[in-house]
Design a protein around this ligand. Structure first.
Ligand SMILES: Nc1ncnc2c1ncn2[C@@H]1O[C@H](COP(=O)(O)OP(=O)(O)OP(=O)(O)O)[C@@H](O)[C@H]1O
Ligand SMILES: [Mg+2]
Length: 502
């Protein structure tokens, strides 16, 4: 029987392919980073052909290391970095320029246009999202305007738009030769073109933004058979799940009941709380998003707080400042000082996302005196992540009227104990890390396996979830309030800095 499941986790900084067995144990992992292309301040691009090439090679490597062939896979699932936009030619498969990455700020003037026309909330009631650079709609608008004749070609169906799930699915299922042009409901819900209640592209929004609907992918469930893979090492296996990486982590953390929440600390950090079959609106700057849709079942929704820069700040300290040699070293450096020495780092490199939504913000380091040294910088950088997550949890508690009793964590930065303890202290909540830290790939594997009957339901998946470590809050209320107050002062100083070209 085919009981192995493969997951492609196409992230912002790297791609992974992982093979799991029927008990959800990891059998093999292959990973590779891709280039972060930053041609101008505030711009971030990826080469979609490089990403596709990496995924192909990693798939072959993961199968080889697992000692299995594609014919032994019950299903393959794809989790992907969300919002990143690709436009390509149907006939050749060639992308028009690079993919515009979710962190990219170049569309600020397009966003201002939308705000002027619709008000600051934009089409939030329908899409769950405010107008912002972050989402795909303006990135697609920019691509269509940038390339001569693109608008007309897109209207004729000769150009295809996709988030990264769609780009990979189309290529893996045949590309120009009959590839499936599909994306799933979770990815569609991050474009700002998708009606999350009716689960379809919104004609009126597409019209308002000048996006021809002929270039949009067909929207499928998160977990459903999509088609046979006809490309490379995975050829012959069934593609059976597409899911945005943060929603995949929610599944991988077995958050299947309303009120359950997780934070993934990767390039950015993302807190998602399951809200059941209800799309809960937010009054506090959170996003309403589709959590997943399993086959023909009703969709489940989530409230989300997205933070653009967390792990990427650690990477920036490593690569751009040379402050540390490896990401893990930041913990030791931060422990070399007893506290932050009143230094705060607001890493608004892509503006500020939730709950502020301020594209005009840029990074600031405040509180410097002769006393400060590299240890304080490291500590301030780590604490910035915890402060930003705290702001989101506070917003979520306001919106939902519920107090989070515990929060599940994962992603690269959850390896950092200093950060996890500080997070528990700031939230005044237990922080729990699971045995399997690769929750994104795990979630994609779970969704794919569910679609083909490897697992019968979410209860069975939840029974495999196990905690590995917990952190309990140990900070006084007065100290917490003092730190949060200082952070808010620092945030004020990051605002109103960028001057977009008009
Ligand atoms: N011990 C650590 N302390 C602090 N930060 C860390 C540590 N280890 C890794 N990181 C940071 O975590 C990030 C990597 O996390 P992870 O592997 O979850 O990301 P990823 O899945 O590759 O991200 P993405 O999916 O966004 O590409 C990097 O930005 C790195 O700087
Ligand atoms: Mg990731």
């Amino acid at each position: 029987m085919n009981t192995h499941v493969a997951a492609i986790d196409q992230g912002t900084t790297s791609s992974r392919v992982m093979v799991f067995d029927a008990s959800l144990r990891v059998v093999s992992v292959a990973q590779r980073e891709h280039r972060q292309i930053c041609p101008e301040p505030g711009w971030v691009e990826h080469d979609p052909a490089e990403i596709l090439g990496n995924v192909r090679e990693l798939a072959a490597q993961a199968l080889r290391e697992a000692g299995i062939e594609a014919s032994q896979l019950a299903a393959v699932g794809i989790a992907n970095q969300r919002e990143t936009a690709v436009l390509w030619e149907r006939a050749s498969g060639r992308a028009l320029g690079n993919a515009i990455v979710w962190q990219d700020c170049r569309t600020e003037s397009l966003v201002r246009d939308i705000v002027q026309r619709t008000g600051p909330q934009g089409w939030r009631e329908r899409t769950g999202l405010p107008p912002a650079n972050y989402f795909s709609a303006c990135k697609l608008q920019w691509l269509l305007r940038r390339h001569a004749g693109a608008m007309q070609a897109a209207a004729r169906g000769e150009l295809l738009f996709g988030t990264i799930d769609a780009w990979l699915a189309w290529n893996l299922t045949g590309g120009p030769d009959g590839g499936q042009h599909v994306c799933d409901v979770t990815n569609a819900s991050r474009t700002n073109l998708f009606d999350i209640h009716r689960l379809r592209w919104d004609e009126e929004i597409c019209e308002a933004l000048g996006v021809p609907m002929a270039c949009l992918p067909r929207v499928v469930s998160t977990s459903q058979p999509i088609g046979c893979i006809r490309d490379g090492a995975l050829a012959g296996a069934q593609l059976a799940a597409l899911v945005g990486d943060q929603q995949a982590a929610l599944i991988g953390q077995a958050c299947f009941a309303p009120g359950q929440a997780k934070v993934t600390y990767g390039t950015g950090s993302f807190l998602l709380m399951h809200t059941g079959e209800r799309a809960a609106p937010s009054a506090s700057g959170l996003l309403t998003t589709v959590a997943y849709r399993l086959g023909e079942q009703a969709p489940c929704y989530a409230l989300e707080g997205s933070i653009a820069v967390t792990g990427s700040l650690v990477r920036w300290l490593r690569d751009n400042l040379g402050l540390i040699a490896t990401a893990a070293e930041i913990e030791e450096l931060a422990r070399s000082v007893p506290d932050n020495g009143d230094v705060y780092f607001v890493p608004a490199f892509s503006g500020l996302f939730a709950p502020h939504w301020r594209p005009d913000a840029r990074g600031v380091l405040v509180g410097l005196t002769h006393f400060a040294h590299r240890g304080h910088l490291a500590r301030a950088a780590l604490e910035a992540t915890a402060f930003q997550v705290q702001e989101i949890v506070a917003a979520m508690q306001r919106d939902s009227g519920m107090k989070l009793r515990e929060i599940k964590v994962d992603g690269g930065m959850s390896a950092n104990s200093l950060l996890m303890q500080f997070q528990a202290d700031l939230l005044d909540t237990s922080v729990i890390r699971p045995v399997c830290g690769e929750t994104t790939a795990l979630g994609a594997a779970c969704a794919a396996g569910l679609a083909v009957g490897v697992w019968s339901d979410t209860d069975e998946l939840a029974s495999h979830w196990q905690a590995q470590r917990r952190w309990e809050p140990a900070m006084s209320g007065a100290e917490r309030e003092r730190l949060l107050g200082r952070w808010q002062q620092a945030v004020q100083r990051a605002l109103d800095w960028s001057q977009p070209a008009s």
